[in-house]
Design a protein around this ligand. Structure first.
Ligand code: AHG
Ligand code: MN
Ligand code: MN
Length: 349
């Protein structure tokens, strides 16, 4: 039998940058840019993954910095490290003109990349930071948008667009293996980091989320802080067979499970935080774009999440995301309560 090296390469080694070009069916400048951006994101993922995998052995990798970020949350050393890794890989890339992250109050503007860099990157450098010190899964979330204009005065303001304006989004999951899952609007594709090659290699193409699944993923410790509608839904799953709870404390991990197995993730508003905890621009919207590309749905409870217009950079929003039927079921409980409240108002003189 004749051995073909081409065959070996095709079968084993579809790398991320090559995959982006294949998906866009083009070698044009836009496709080259997106491919290069994805390669940079992958590089950031590899550097973060390397540090996480040895964190217990490295001086200064774990624990808190002692600072509080713009969200009022205690910053971990790993949050800062990962934030800087993304900046370092994009700084001299000529690809991205501004970067906005959970860990920076204002967008990071890279004047030398403007107007050459026609893109903006929004990201959550470490999602699920509370898992870092106990060696459980964490992630990074990213979203790529077209840079609108090159007026430094407008920097930041032009990021305030709804989620349909995303060109690409995805996440990196640092688990037993490191995976990168992305969409550029042509379905959802997942890659696994082969540490021996130092490359993300295609592991599942065109991932489709089941229309319904057994998993519900929510922090039930907030039960008495939710609206009645969310409590109605939770009581429903408690009383019906076929549901199982999973909640890891890292959105990326929970969404990854639901993407492959079906179900629904919820972070609704609470008494303390009526808009919930998750940030629209660099947590909820990128995952909503991805899950919709896989055939699922994402909602604020009353509107499609991708329609939500941010008023400011670090805005939070309630999130209900996952399999179409399961998201619709949660929405139906919310609708029901809205109707009941409206009826009550009408009878009260
Ligand atoms: P981050 O670490 O980026 O602040 O995000 C943590 C988020 C999300 O990943 C997770 O689903 C949620 O916070 C957990 O919050 P609770 O502890 O309130 O359940
Ligand atoms: Mn997060
Ligand atoms: Mn984070």
């Amino acid at each position: 039998m004749e051995l073909s090296y081409d065959y070996a390469l095709d079968r084993d080694c579809t790398t991320l940058s090559r995959h982006v070009l294949q998906q866009l069916q083009s070698f044009g400048p836009e496709a080259q840019d997106l491919s290069a951006i994805m390669s940079r994101i992958a590089l950031a993922g590899k550097i973060i993954s390397r540090r996480l995998s040895r964190a217990g052995l490295v001086e200064g990798a774990l624990g808190f910095t002692g600072d509080i970020n713009v969200q009022g949350e205690a910053v971990k050393k790993m949050d800062l490290f990962a934030n800087e890794v993304f900046i370092a890989v994009f700084k001299q890339s000529g690809l991205v003109c501004q970067m906005a992250s959970e860990e920076m109050e204002k967008p990071y503007y890279i004047p030398e990349n403007c107007p050459i860099g026609r893109y903006s990157l929004l990201y959550d450098p470490i999602d699920g930071s509370s898992n870092v010190d106990i060696n459980l899964n964490v992630g990074s979330i990213f979203s790529i948008r077209q840079q609108a204009g090159d007026d430094p005065e407008q920097i930041g303001a032009n990021l305030l667009q709804n989620g349909h304006h995303q060109l690409a989004s995805g996440y990196i999951l640092y688990g037993p293996s490191t995976m990168l899952v992305y969409s550029i609007g042509t379905g959802v594709h997942s890659f696994t980091l082969d540490p021996s090659l130092g490359e993300f290699i295609l592991s599942s193409e065109n991932v489709r989320i089941p229309n319904h699944g057994p998993i519900y993923s929510v922090n039930e410790g907030n039960f008495w802080q939710w609206d009645d509608a969310i409590r109605d839904f939770i009581r429903y799953v408690h009383r019906h067979e076929g549901y199982t709870a999973r909640y890891s404390g890292a959105l990326v991990g929970d969404i990854h499970r639901i993407l492959f197995q079906g179900g629904v993730f919820l972070y609704p508003g609470t008494l303390k935080d009526p808009q919930g905890k998750l940030r629209l621009l660099y947590e909820s919207a990128p995952l909503a774009f991805l899950i919709e590309q896989a055939g699922g749905a994402a909602s604020t409870g009353v509107r499609p999440l991708l329609n939500e217009m941010p008023q400011y950079l670090h805005q939070r929003t309630p999130l209900i995301i996952g399999s179409k039927e399961d998201v619709a079921l949660v929405e139906s409980f919310i609708e029901e309560r809205i109707k009941l409240d409206r009826d009550k108002l009408q009878v009260t003189p």
